[in-house]
Ligand binder design. Structure first.
Ligand code: FAD
Length: 324
């Protein structure tokens, strides 16, 4: 058992327990989201003691140097004295500019551009009771140089606490408490001639749409393939916008791969996404890859892509882990 001291109280962690779990078990409210080290909502700061290395994975060097760590990943083997960090609390209010359904299942929300971001990064929205907020992460589809808003694509989940509220009750003018931008899944113009391969499912298109347009805007010349997967043809959205991009940029090829039959003339129907990628991209060596969407999809596709030759350093991924 390891002791952690927080605001002058000391708590003993149970075997295998994280700092986040231990604090919550003892009645301390710690904001948190995915509990998998992705959303960074649970970031805290160590004042004394040695942090396990993995509890700082994904944080910037400057944050690591300040002792910031992800409490959901932290299982210390030595006593720690910890506190909240101003950085963790640093949030901004952003007004909802508009909202619109992009499909029956996807809501587009545009917020005032109140923070700096790279297309493809994500932000956290803090919602509800400030003492016990819901924290939800959403990826950014807009391009700051072109567009005067932050665009999010939110999958409407029938019993989803945040997405249902956003679809039913959130109105333009509402103020959202946001934190960000976070994440490293964005375009870097280090080699404009390299092939790029974007693969996504569902609202994984949100970051991909941002990164793809950013790459085009920055003059990427190499071949760009966007492969989107869905069970049914109505699982796709932004079809017209993607067709327009494909028309305007000859280096871009977009594929809609559908598990079931599709009436859309250019869809690839009755096809498994993983099989399609295997056949169309037998070697991914030297290709820069972006994978976005549900956690299971990202893990499985990442493995497949790695086995087809791409180096891990070239695989950028955003896994939409469900929040606890
Ligand atoms: C880094 C990151 C980026 C993300 N970006 C996006 C994004 O751009 N767009 C987006 O729509 N979501 C995104 N997510 C997921 C998002 O943060 C929420 O988890 C999701 O919107 C569900 O929140 P909710 O409150 O509506 O549902 P909850 O109340 O949290 O969950 C309700 C039920 O739905 C299940 N559930 C949760 N997520 C899903 C899902 N995706 N599909 C089906 N069932 C689900 C839960 O297990 C639970 O049973 C991202 C997550 C992460 C970690």
């Amino acid at each position: 058992m390891t002791d952690i001291t927080f605001e002058e109280s000391t708590y003993s962690l149970l075997e295998g327990e994280t700092v986040l779990e231990g604090l919550i078990r003892n009645g301390v409210q710690v904001p948190n989201g995915c509990r998998a080290g992705a959303c960074q909502a649970c970031v805290m700061q160590a004042q004394e003691g040695e942090l396990p290395r993995n509890s700082q994975a994904g944080l910037k060097n400057t944050q690591q140097a300040q002792g910031l760590f992800l409490s959901c990943q932290c299982k210390p083997s030595n006593p720690l004295t910890i506190g909240f960090t101003d950085q963790g609390k640093s949030r901004t209010l952003a007004k909802v500019k508009d909202k619109e359904n992009l499909s029956a299942q996807v809501l587009r929300v545009r917020l005032e551009k109140v923070l700096d971001f790279r297309p493809g990064q994500y932000l956290n929205i803090w919602h509800g009771d400030p003492e016990k907020p819901l924290v939800r992460s959403y990826s950014i589809a807009s391009i700051p140089k072109l567009e005067d808003f932050i665009e999010l694509h939110i999958k409407i989940i029938p019993n989803g606490r945040f997405s249902r509220w956003a679809a039913d009750a959130m109105e333009p003018g509402a103020e959202l408490n946001i934190q960000g931008a976070l994440g490293n899944c964005f375009y870097v113009a280090d080699d404009p001639h390299r092939p790029l391969l974007f693969i996504g499912i569902g609202t994984g298109l949100a970051p991909l749409y941002g990164i793809l347009r950013d790459a085009l805007l920055q003059g990427h010349q190499g071949k760009i393939s966007l492969v989107l997967g869905a069970r049914e043809p109505d699982g796709f959205y932004l079809r017209r916008e993607l067709a327009d991009l494909q028309r305007d940029y000859p280096q871009l090829n977009v594929n809609f791969v559908c598990q079931s039959f599709s009436n859309y003339p250019n869809d690839i129907g009755n096809t498994d996404l993983y099989q399609f990628v295997k056949e169309q991209f037998p070697s991914t060596k030297g290709t820069k890859i972006y994978l976005c969407g549900g956690d299971t999809f990202v893990r499985k596709m990442k493995k497949q892509i790695f086995l087809s030759g791409a180096s891990m350093a070239d695989i950028h991924a955003d896994a939409f882990l469900p929040c606890s």
